[in-house]
Design a protein. Structure first.
Length: 202
C-alpha cells in the first residue's frame, strides 16, 4: 500500500471521528455550548489535528450538517425503494422526513443550523442538496401524467419550504412525537392532493 493511500485513509478516518464526535456534542449541548476541546478529546485527536481539518467551529458544524443530510437522503432512498408506484415514492420521501423530525439530529439541522451557519448559508445548502431530487420526482410524475401542476422549480421550492417548516415545527415542539402525529396526516393529504384527477397508479 502506498504512503499516499495510507495518508488519505488516515485523513478520512480522522475526519470521520471528528464529525462523529462533533455531532454527539452539538446534539447534546447545542452549538453555543459545545467546546472544541471536548470534541477533540472525544474523537481521540489533538486540538491541533482538529484545526488542521476544520479551521473553525463553524466549519466543523457545517460538516456535521452535511453528514446529517447525507444520512437523511440514504434514509429517503431506502424508504422510497419499498414503494410500488412513482406517486407513492413521491409521498414517501416527504413523509419520511417528518417521521424522523423528533430525532436530535433534525433539531440540529432545522432549528440550530440557520443560526449557527447564518440563514443564507443554511438556505443555500438545503437548496443545493434537496431541490434537484425534488425536481426529479416531480418530472417523473409529470411524465406519467400524474401531476396536477407543471413540474417547475417553483413548485419544488414550495414543497421544500413547507417540508422545512413542518420539520422545524415538529423538531422544536415540547412533545415532538405528538406534534408529528398531528402533522403527518395533514401533510400526506396535501401531497396527495397534487395528483392529477383521474390519473392511475403506476
Amino acid at each position: 500500500m502506498s504512503t499516499r493511500r495510507t495518508n488519505e485513509e488516515r485523513t478520512r478516518t480522522t475526519r470521520r471521528a471528528l464529525i462523529s464526535a462533533a455531532r454527539q456534542r452539538f446534539e447534546a449541548d447545542g452549538y453555543p455550548g459545545t467546546n472544541l476541546d471536548h470534541i477533540a478529546e472525544l474523537a481521540g485527536v489533538t486540538k491541533g489535528a482538529l484545526y488542521h481539518h476544520f479551521p473553525t467551529k463553524r466549519a466543523l458544524y457545517e460538516a456535521v450538517v452535511l453528514d446529517i443530510q447525507d444520512e437523511l437522503y440514504e434514509h429517503f432512498d431506502q424508504r422510497a425503494k419499498k414503494t410500488e408506484s412513482a406517486w407513492d415514492k413521491f409521498v414517501e420521501v416527504f413523509i419520511s422526513f417528518i417521521e424522523v423530525a423528533p430525532e436530535p439530529g433534525i433539531r440540529l439541522l432545522m432549528v440550530e443550523a440557520p443560526a449557527a451557519l447564518g440563514f443564507q448559508r443554511w438556505h443555500d445548502i438545503v437548496d443545493q442538496r434537496s431541490l434537484p431530487g425534488i425536481i426529479d420526482l416531480l418530472e417523473g410524475l409529470q411524465a406519467e401524467g400524474d401531476l396536477a401542476f407543471e413540474a417547475t422549480s417553483e413548485l419544488a421550492r414550495v414543497l421544500l419550504a413547507i417540508s422545512n417548516v413542518l420539520g422545524t415545527l415538529v423538531s422544536q415542539d415540547d412533545d415532538p412525537r405528538t406534534a408529528r402525529s398531528a402533522v403527518l396526516p395533514v401533510w400526506e393529504h396535501f401531497l396527495r392532493s397534487l395528483r392529477a384527477p383521474g390519473s392511475r397508479d403506476t
